[in-house]
Design a protein around this ligand. Structure first.
Ligand code: PMP
Length: 389
């Protein structure tokens, strides 16, 4: 059975047919000239997405968690201390990951649904001594976007390395690597970039690479930046077999990003986020995340009283769109709706229609088409009237 239900979870996201076609091209040698050229172009396109001239991309088989690991353990040694800025589950994951490698860490944590204020970060930096600071751009558990630009201004020129987890942002929200002075950006293929899951992506600054070079040992083999660097500089070199088809698919996904244009792509994500929230609001649903830090890539939506989480998601899926459950303290109380990657008005309409139908199936009184009509204003710039049948 082929399941064509829309995948509107916060990653993986719907994969465009062009990217699926690229994925299904015949598998070729990882050192064939055609593949080497494609890999090279993907690396350059990734650099361009992050608007960097000197950042060094590293793309390996894995997921976002491997990217988190690579980003950290190449630049911070066991025994050193880091500051983890956390606004949710994935920020906390960084603290756990650090501990697994004997890296000491201090956590600056906000309440769920908010992000730590820049003043709090400033106080922490003044009081402690850290080799690096990790920041989660968008925490997928809470739908919260951190004020990264303000953090970046604070961190610029300081000795701590700036590690940015862009897993739920890269490709949907602007992340100017050089301008922000990021040292390591990490992300994954399956979210706003719009490729299938399977690739861990990192971008290292010159300063970050120097930190790795200055060390004589590394608590990893596959994840060692220095073993991958020759391949990333010249993809005809071998270290460990790259996943050929995934990289061809990533290359196509990044082509789509640049054909759309960065400014247009980020603006589309903002527009769709607003449209979806207008639609949800018209249904009487409340967003969990504080208004001033809602991410453009997903929404965390509180379930109305009495509506069971599992049953709500089942009825929504039956109407054509899969949404995700929630994590941690929100489990069972909210659902997470991804709106990133290669989606447009049709996906927005189907998803809002499915949510609306599911609410009706749970006894809520909402007129058919309510959400789509509210979203249309944001999407098309015109208020659509509900026309009685
Ligand atoms: N960081 C963030 C912000 C994430 O949202 C996720 C995954 N949802 C991860 C890291 C981990 O990525 P993965 O599941 O691909 O290992």
């Amino acid at each position: 059975m082929i399941d064509e239900t829309l995948t509107m979870i916060p990653g993986p996201t719907p994969v465009h047919p062009r990217i699926l076609a690229a994925l299904s091209r015949p598998t070729v040698s990882h050192v064939s000239p055609a593949f080497v050229q494609t890999f090279r172009r993907a690396l350059q396109d990734f650099r361009d997405l992050l608007q960097t001239s000197s950042g060094q991309p590293v793309v390996v088989a894995g997921s976002g968690t491997l990217a988190m690991e690579m980003a950290l353990i190449n630049v911070v040694a066991p025994g050193e201390s880091i500051l983890v800025v956390s606004q949710g589950y994935f920020g906390d994951r960084y603290a756990e990951l650090a501990s697994a490698f004997g890296i000491r860490c201090d956590v600056l944590r906000s309440e769920w649904g908010r992000a730590p204020a820049v003043e709090e970060l400033s106080r922490k930096l003044a009081a402690g001594s850290y080799a690096a600071v990790t920041v989660t751009h968008v925490d997928t558990s809470t739908g919260t976007a951190a004020p990264v630009e303000a953090y970046a201004r604070l961190l610029k020129g300081r000795p701590e390395l700036f590690i940015l987890d862009g897993v739920c942002a890269t490709g949907g929200i602007d992340e100017p690597f050089d301008r922000w002075g990021v040292d390591v950006l990490l992300t994954a293929a399956q979210k706003a970039i719009g490729a299938p899951p399977g690739l861990a992506l990192c971008l290292f600054s010159t300063r970050a690479i120097q930190r790795r070079r200055a060390r004589s040992s590394m608590p990893a083999y596959y994840a060692d930046l220095l073993r991958w660097l020759p391949v990333m500089e010249d993809p005809s070199r071998y270290y460990s077999t790259p996943c050929v088809n995934e990289i061809v698919a990533l290359s196509e996904a990044l082509r789509i990003v640049h054909e759309e244009g960065l400014a247009a792509r980020f603006a589309r994500h903002t527009r769709i986020a607003h449209a979806i929230r207008e639609g949800l609001d018209a249904l009487g649903l409340k967003i969990f995340t504080a208004p001033d830090c809602r991410a453009d890539t997903l929404s965390v939506v509180l379930l109305p009283p009495g509506v069971d989480d599992v049953s709500f998601r089942k009825e929504t899926a039956a109407r054509g769109a899969v949404v995700a459950g929630s994590l941690g303290p929100l489990a069972g109380k909210a659902f997470r709706l991804g709106h990133m990657g290669n989606i447009g008005p049709a996906e927005v309409e189907t998803t809002l229609g499915a949510i609306e139908g599911s609410l009706r199936a749970h006894g809520l009184k909402v007129a058919s088409g309510t959400a789509a009509a509210a979203a249309a204003h944001e999407l098309f710039g015109a208020k659509e009237e509900l026309v009685p049948a």
